[in-house]
Design a binder for this molecule. Structure first.
Ligand SMILES: O=C(O)CCC(=O)C(=O)O
Length: 207
């Protein structure tokens, strides 16, 4: 479903078994040797998610990507699993786009999780100029996702992202503002045994 030029929502893209496999991988990663953490951003505020970057680390102080978590614990960023990279390519292809993801931001939202309206614009200039898409996968509790325009004050559309949904924004939609206002507790499929929500966003820094 193309909701705007370059923006595609795929409700229920992943059936339950695939969701379960991805959730298992996410759980192992966020509680792994290099665990997810709550970033402190510029100005000192804490984000309302637990974040783990794969492939490249997004530094919440500099808003730049780097190989080690220099804003937190100095650990090297874990690799982006090949299976994750393949998921991103598959979904981008379903939207008629190409993505060789070299990084993923994996966020866990608890029932109070949220993310303010923002643009994803910290990838390289050539990547942004080419409109290489952001590919997003939602698992677990439903999120109220806001999708706006190219200016912060443009009108926003509210979209419910439920477990198994994929969302892609590239080309003319690549720099649209977006955010998450609310997690709807208890809405995850019981079979996942997950309270809260995982969201994976794949991006390609390098062209
Ligand atoms: O959780 C979501 O659906 C959006 C995540 C997001 O905006 C981001 O990681 O930049």
């Amino acid at each position: 479903m193309e909701i705007a030029p370059g923006a595609h929502h795929f409700p229920g893209y992943f059936e339950l078994e695939r969701q379960r496999a991805i959730v298992g991988a996410c759980r192992a990663l966020v509680d792994g040797a290099v665990p997810a953490y709550v970033p402190t951003v510029r100005g000192g505020g804490k984000m309302h998610v637990r974040m783990l970057c794969l492939g490249r680390h997004w530094n919440g102080q500099t808003y730049r990507y780097e190989p080690t978590r220099s804003d937190f614990d100095q650990l090297p960023v874990p690799a982006l699993p090949a299976s994750f990279r393949a998921l991103a390519a598959e979904i981008a292809g379903a939207a008629g786009m190409v993505l060789a993801a070299d990084l993923c931001i994996l966020n866990y939202y608890d029932m109070d999780g949220r993310m303010g309206l923002h643009q994803d614009k910290d990838e390289s200039e050539p990547s942004l100029a080419a409109g290489l898409p952001v590919v997003s996968i939602s698992l677990g509790d439903t999120a109220r996702f806001l999708f706006g325009g190219l200016k912060r004050r443009d009108p926003v559309e509210m979209i419910l992202l439920t477990s198994g949904d994929a969302f892609v924004f590239g080309g003319p939609a690549r720099l649209r503002f977006h955010g998450v206002t609310k997690i709807l507790p208890g809405t995850a499929p019981a079979e996942l045994g997950l309270s809260g929500r995982f969201n994976l966003t794949f991006r390609q820094y390098e062209i």
